[in-house]
Design a protein around this ligand. Structure first.
Ligand SMILES: [Mg+2]
Length: 281
């Protein structure tokens, strides 16, 4: 394992909001560490959801032998993703419940392509059985976790999802040994960005907010959620292209309707791949 390039001498520099590529190091000797508890998101932060979900859907479609009824797999998957995303949004806002979410995403997709004779709930069950068997991780995940574990950070997961699926993913793909706490929205009854899941996780880990940081790929759930709760965060922006403007975190309270103007804005850094955490911690 290579030594982090910018080990702090104990004078921890300020964590500058949105200052891409210039994150300070918090792993330094001498002055104590800024953070002790690192809370990771799971999907698309550690477990490569985009790749794995697509592979699982390909196998589901294949097992149900409906490929010949589709114009092509990509069209089906693209439609499904759109339906699924909007249903998850409604689920997060508690406008719909799990049974409606899992049925409707397949019911609508099958109806759109005029496929008959497939039970949407059975298709969902098959898909959710196949999905956690997929093992593709986000680039650098195991290397980064091994390093952080060797530095004796306390590592935990806070994830939105169904308990049976998320536990199976973590156990199958080799992530389980790295984590002390795993907090799944369905079990806590509060999905990110709801403050309650962060509060529950930190209390269970006996972690102070000031010693904790959230690392995730979703601005809306991981970053805003952590900030609203009052903890710092690191936003993994994997597909950043250089012309993108980083979010302006200093004006968060003015720009976001659901944050009261008096809420202080907590610190957020930006990384483009997980191994940059080796330089920070
Ligand atoms: Mg995610």
């Amino acid at each position: 394992m290579s030594k982090p390039k910018h080990l702090s001498d104990g004078n921890v520099p300020p964590f500058r909001e949105g200052d891409r590529g210039k994150l300070p190091s918090f792993g330094g000797a001498g002055g104590g560490r800024k953070y002790e508890h690192l809370f990771f998101d799971l999907d698309n932060t550690l477990w490569d959801f985009d790749t794995n979900a697509r592979l699982a859907m390909q196998e589901t479609v294949s097992q149900l032998k409906i490929e010949s009824q589709l114009p092509d797999f990509d069209s089906f998957y693209h439609f499904y993703e759109q339906v699924n995303t909007s249903l998850w949004e409604a689920y997060r806002k508690q406008e719909i419940r799990k049974p409606e979410l899992i049925k409707k995403r397949f019911e609508d997709s099958l109806a759109h392509f005029q496929i008959e004779g497939i039970d949407p709930v059975e298709m969902n069950d098959l898909y959710l059985k196949i999905m956690p068997r997929q093992k593709q991780l986000v680039t650098g995940a195991l290397e980064t976790l091994s390093y952080l574990k060797s530095k004796r950070y306390h590592l935990h997961i806070i994830t939105n999802g169904f308990k049976e699926v998320q536990h199976a993913k973590i156990n199958t793909c080799g992530l389980a040994p790295y984590f002390e706490g795993v907090f799944i929205s369905e079990e806590i009854q509060a999905p990110k960005p709801d403050k309650r899941i962060f509060k529950h996780a930190l209390m269970n880990c006996n972690a102070k907010k000031s010693k904790s940081i959230m690392i995730g790929d979703s601005f809306e759930t991981d970053i805003l959620g952590a900030n609203q709760f009052g903890m710092d965060s690191i936003h993994l922006q994997k597909n950043t292209n250089s012309t993108d403007t980083p979010p302006v975190f200093t004006n968060l309270s003015q720009n976001t309707d659901n944050i009261p103007p008096t809420t202080p804005s907590f610190k957020t850094g930006i990384i483009e791949n997980l191994t940059q955490l080796l330089d920070i911690f």
